[in-house]
Ligand binder design. Sequence first.
Ligand code: DHE
Length: 556
Amino acid sequence: MKTRGTWLASALAMAAMPFAISSAFAADAPSMTDAEKATAKKIYFERCAGCHGVLRKGATGKNLEPHWEKTLKDGSKLEGGTLKLGQNRLEKIIAYGTEGGMVNFDDILTKDEINLMARYIQNTPDVPPEFSMAEMKETWKVMVPVDKRPTKQMNKINLKNIFSVTLRDTGEVALIDGDTKEIVSIVKTGYAVHISRISASGRYVYVIGRDGRLSLIDLWMEKPAVVAEVKVAFDARSVDTSKFKGFEDKYAVAGGYWPPQYSIMDGATLEPLKIVSTRGMTVDGEYHPEPRVASIVASQTKPEWVINIKETGQIKLVDYSDLKNLKETTFESAKFLHDGGWDSTQRYFLVAANASNKVAVVDTVERKLAALVDTAKIPHPGRGANFVHPTYGPVWTTGHLGADVITLIGTDPEKHKDNAWKVVQEIKHVGAGNLFVKTHPKSKHLWADAPQNPEKALAESVAVYAIADLSKPPVMLNVAKDSGLPETKAIKRAVHPEYSADGTEVWISLWGGKTDQSAIVVYDDATLKVKKVITDPKMITPTGKFNLYNTQHDIY
Ligand code: DHE
């Protein structure tokens, strides 16, 4: 599959990251000047690190070390590396991509930059510095202390239906009133914010930037604003809060890509409390120096987080009831864990091991892996979608980046035992390149995007399936056309369906060019007609959207 580089764009701020150990460049690698190395390092973090890793050991993308060697199960050795591939082959791969899923960069990087990157990755990777508790504390800021914050909601917004929207390339989040569709506030956050998560009480929004900056927004203020901030890592993607009774709003937890560790903060001030490294052995028994923290989810039924470690395939249940004597239960699943969501009972967490083409099912009651389900190529669920299938009973759904299907997995081991943790149906999707699927308990529809599909018309559209008859072709909505926005050079990728709190509307972002005014198109879920186009000069590169009520209660 060939898709565009936007998917890969990684933390800009990582480029500015200091490097403790200057690279020991391989003897037979192409030479580079200091200035070239600096430019290449920046491009690598912007475009490549998200998939290949900082140390280039590979994850969703291939290993990019100058030389690697591995012992196969039968004892034989396999070796390879960028030096072996050589300058010409590397330039071709970077420019045109590969059938294996590497994207083409010939439209993003110049010929000189492609030449530079091919040389850079034949040299030994730089090792970025660690990030200690003392360093983290230095970055911690409380803009509005707890005793200066309101004691009740000071605005008239229906907080249940507010949406926190990532404005990816401006480093901001827009808070949009779901009832009036007015932008309530645009707040400065970290670079290319990844996700927003809501505290158990629904008062606070936690927003994590790719540069590891965690921002805390207080929705009770007359105009909601950032009240505290801390840098949790140099590169990060995930955050959640403590949701169990008695611990509401008490802690926040954030996952680092680099350094590979998770940090626990005070929920109201973001004061750093604890850092836990995730380095260790993969499920294959090999030491990994860069096991990045992928999705984190808070249990509503226990004082526990499910923390998924990408490269090692280890899943941790972290009991936060006693931080000094932190209890971690770790169990093996499959490598390259990424994103996932609860089943409808919120007992099981289903997480994609994306480059292993599997979904791991975590049983948070029995505290063990319930199943590892084989799926089509590169499952990418977001949080997935739960509904009752007319034939197979309760199912959880994932789309795929690498296959043109939507996979339905049975989730009811009590009443539909034969279907539990099995792929009960694969719906034919409009193409590969899906990122997110979504439904709502009150809806009769399943929505699926395809923003990474190379066909412009598909990338700009969403597909809506009727749950009552999933064999029927979907209704296609061309969101870019429905927005009424003028044509631009950049494709306007329709991404991330998100329901309103009452489940009657679906909001879709148009992820457009870096500086283009874009929009969120709101559809009526019953009639599939456009209800509203939310646009504004400041609406630039909207991507993820998080409805407060649905995110707070894990409704999807
Ligand atoms: Fe994401 C979720 C990592 C690229 C939009 N993304 C996640 C999660 C992880 C992750 C680990 C789960 C967080 C959780 O639940 O705790 N994403 C990565 C990457 O490593 C990757 C592949 C490359 C990178 O360099 O970041 C990547 N992601 C993207 C994008 O390019 C997307 C499409 C647009 C953007 O805004 O950057 C994007 N990712 C999202 C969204 C979610 C997400 C909207 C949350 C989905 C939800 O409904 O909860």
